[in-house]
Structures are given as structure tokens and as C-alpha cells.
Design a protein around this ligand. Structure first.
Ligand code: HEM
Length: 377
């Protein structure tokens, strides 16, 4: 589902959702907008369309009374909260801060949403629907997993709980990270208007002002790509990566790491180390334009690891790469953006957590940029 090949085949989902977002923004032009919220909803819709062919707009509220974004925020908050049980496992059964209790509550809600989606799919699964689905050119991810579950001969049978876990892993791993990165990129550009000017100039050159951004333009948007790389250097969405736990004691850089230790890799600090970066706290996309072959997201260059490295490197890189640039480019090409109060200093402070969020949401006001209104439909 996350390979470039499959992503190429379902590019229509991304186009549909990004265009829907542009139209929605256009319909509310001149009013303040929360960029994080807007990006989250677009990314969530893109992912759920690829996972089970539909969005969860409406369903989430009707099943649990809260939006998926609120649930996801809560999962991230609890995952990042320092928990005494982790430091003194002997106390874990008392769950002194109630982290486990709260997490169970959130997961129950997410579980109900995913159960409803699976049940809806299984209800459709009459013989007639099944024939239609088998004949369909593309199966979505859920259908693929349900088919594997049905084949009892499979060596490693897959359970409904595992299906829900995989769906949740992908949803939680992909939505907040992408939305937060777009929000940071926009905030950094608003604080450095020269970078915004250059990005919009590139869009005018590559896409033109009588056209809309398409995924086919993305490989030509070199400056926009550098903006994303610089955003992920300065504001890595997962600043401590996902904790690692060695299965054997080992020695790294002269230090012994005992078997079973919890290891955090502080890429936030690595990305700001003055030994490797000139003026590390400056937002300067140009640093990624020179010697660009050195910079990619695969984790082979140990001074730059926004998606991790090795066996547990983020599997969502191909989707993230496309969606980050596609959505940001579409927002910057279609609109100019201003802060609510002109001349105000934008708050760039960070909030500690497993995902590196802004302390305050980025609220900005769009104005129309393209001459032809039909391009917003
Ligand atoms: C800006 C976007 C994203 C960033 C910065 C990001 C970053 C990361 C990082 C740092 C890790 C941990 C790697 C490690 O510890 O070595 C990770 C894991 C993961 N990511 Fe992403 N990610 C992004 C988008 C996505 C997307 C779009 C998806 C899914 C479609 C996704 C799915 C996952 C999953 C499932 C894991 C867990 C992998 C495992 O533990 O085996 N991510 N991501």
C-alpha cells in the first residue's frame, strides 16, 4: 500500500482530496484558518480513502462523539507523557498517573470506529458484492487484509484485532506527522517572507498562473523540496524517533548499551548540531540546494534522519514526500496568506511530545491568488 507503484495507481484519491481542500478554502476566503487542522483533515481523508475507500467524516462523531483528530491528539499526548511506570516498572500495576487508564479509554473509541468500518465492509460482502470486488481492478488495503484473514490456509493467520492495529498504526503514524510538518513549513515561511516569495515564484514558473498544481509538477519543484527538507531538519516531526530496545547488549561509539535498555535517538539535537550545520537555528532551505544528491529521507546520511534509519525507518516516506509538497504547493499556489494581525511576531515555540507540535496553532488568512475563479472549483 505504501510503495511508489501503488501510490502512482491511487493518485486520484490525493488529487480529489487536495482539490476539495482548495475549494473549501476558497469558499471561506478572507476568514482565519487553522493550517494544522486543515492539513490533518486532508491527509486523514487521503489515507482512509486508500485504506478502505472512504473517509470517516461524520462516522467518527456519530460513533464516539469526538473527531478522529481529537482522538489522535490524545494518543500523541499520552504517548509523549513521561510516565513513572516506565521508570519504575514495579509501580506499573498501580498506574499512578492514570496514563494507562486514559489510553485504554481512547483506544476503546478508536476501536469502535474501526469496528464499524469493518462491519460495514463485511455487510457489503454478499456473494454479489464479493464478485464485484474480486473483479475490481484495485483492492483497497482493508479488502486485502480481510481476504488474507478469510484464507484459513495462510501460514500466519491474521485476526480482526491485528487488522485494526495495522489500520491504526498507519493512520496514527501518517496523519499528525504530515499535518504538523505542513503547519511548521507554513509558519517558517511566514516568518521568513523571502522563502515564501521564492517558493511562489517557482510555482509561477513551473505550474503557471492559469493552471493548477498536479503531482506531475512535483519533481520540478526543487525549491519547495528544499523548504520541506529544511522544515524537517529544524522541526523533525518525531524528534526522538520511536524508542529502540536492543535484543543483545552492544557497544555504540564507546558506550555500552545493555540488552533491554530503552534508547531514544535525539534527532532534534543532531539536526541542530553546529559541528554539522552552519547557523543551525536559521531557516535556510538553500542549504539543501547545493549538493542535493547528499540529501534524501532514506536515513543513510547520519547527520539528517527525519524519518529514522535502518529496519524501522518510516514506511510512509513515499506517501509523505508526495503529500507534503503537493498540499503545501497547492496552498501557496492558489492563495496568498497573511497573519490575522499584520506585522505581529509569529510564535515559533514548540511543545514537548512524541510529535513536535507548535505551542499555538497557526491561524492565517487566505486571499485569492489565481486570476481565473474556475481554477478553484
Ligand atoms: C512528515 C511525515 C512523516 C514523518 C516525519 C515520519 C517519521 C517517522 C519516524 C521518525 C518514524 C520512526 C523511525 C525510527 O524510529 O527509526 C516513523 C515510523 C512510522 N511511520 Fe512515519 N513519518 C511520516 C509520515 C508517515 C506516513 C504518511 C505514514 C503512513 C502512511 C507513516 C507510517 C509510519 C509507521 C507505520 C511507522 C512505524 C514503523 C515501525 O515501527 O516499523 N509515517 N515515522
Amino acid at each position: 500500500m505504501l510503495s511508489n507503484n501503488i501510490l502512482d495507481r491511487c493518485h486520484a484519491h490525493r488529487r480529489y482530496e487536495v482539490r476539495k481542500t482548495i475549494t473549501n478554502v476558497y469558499n471561506k476566503i478572507g476568514t482565519p484558518m487553522d493550517i494544522g487542522k486543515l492539513s490533518f483533515q486532508t491527509e486523514l481523508n487521503v489515507m482512509t480513502r486508500s485504506l478502505w475507500g472512504n473517509t470517516i467524516e461524520g462516522l467518527e462523531d456519530s460513533v464516539t462523539g469526538v473527531s478522529f483528530r481529537e482522538l489522535s491528539n490524545e494518543v500523541m499526548r499520552l504517548l509523549g507523557k513521561p510516565n513513572i511506570s516506565d521508570f519504575f516498572p514495579v509501580l506499573a500495576r498501580f498506574d499512578i498517573q492514570g496514563v494507562e487508564r486514559e489510553m485504554k479509554k481512547v483506544f476503546l473509541s478508536v476501536d469502535q470506529i474501526l469496528d464499524r468500518i469493518i462491519e460495514q465492509r463485511m455487510k457489503l460482502d454478499t456473494a454479489k458484492e464479493k464478485r464485484a470486488s474480486n473483479n475490481r481492478e484495485e483492492k483497497d488495503f482493508l479488502q486485502f487484509l480481510l481476504d488474507v484473514k478469510e484464507q484459513e490456509t495462510t501460514e500466519t493467520p491474521i485476526t480482526r484485532t491485528q487488522i485494526k492495529a495495522m489500520l491504526l498504526d498507519i493512520l496514527v503514524g501518517g496523519t499528525d506527522t504530515t499535518a504538523t510538518t505542513i503547519e511548521w513549513a507554513m509558519a517558517e515561511m511566514m516568518s521568513n517572507p523571502e522563502t515564501m516569495r521564492k517558493a511562489q515564484e517557482e510555482l509561477a514558473d513551473v505550474v503557471g498562473m492559469t493552471n493548477i498544481v498536479e503531482e506531475s509538477h512535483l519533481p520540478k519543484l526543487k525549491y519547495m523540496d528544499a523548504v520541506m527538507k529544511e522544515t524537517l531538519r529544524l522541526r523533525p516531526a518525531v524528534p526522538l524517533l520511536v524508542p529502540k530496545c536492543p535484543s543483545e547488549s552492544c557497544t555504540v561509539g564507546g558506550y555500552t548499551v545493555p540488552k533491554g535498555a530503552k534508547v531514544f535517538l535525539n534527532v532534534w539535537a543532531m539536526h541542530r548540531d553546529p559541528k554539522y550545520w552552519n547557523n543551525p537555528s536559521e531557516f535556510k532551505p538553500e542549504r539543501f540546494l547545493t549538493d542535493s544528491s547528499r540529501w534524501d529521507y532514506r536515513g543513510n546520511n547520519f547527520q539528517y534522519l527525519p524519518f529514522g534509519s535502518g529496519r524501522r525507518v518510516c514506511p510512509g516516506i513515499p506517501l509523505a514526500e508526495r503529500m507534503l509538497i503537493y498540499l503545501l504547493a497547492s496552498l501557496l499556489h492558489s492563495f496568498d496568506w497573511q497573519l490575522i494581525t499584520k506585522g505581529e511576531d509569529l510564535d515559533l515555540s514548540e511543545q514537548f511530545g512524541i510529535v513536535l507540535k507548535r505551542r499555538t496553532p497557526l491561524i492565517v488568512v487566505p486571499t485569492k491568488r489565481l486570476p481565473n475563479s474556475a481554477l478553484y472549483a
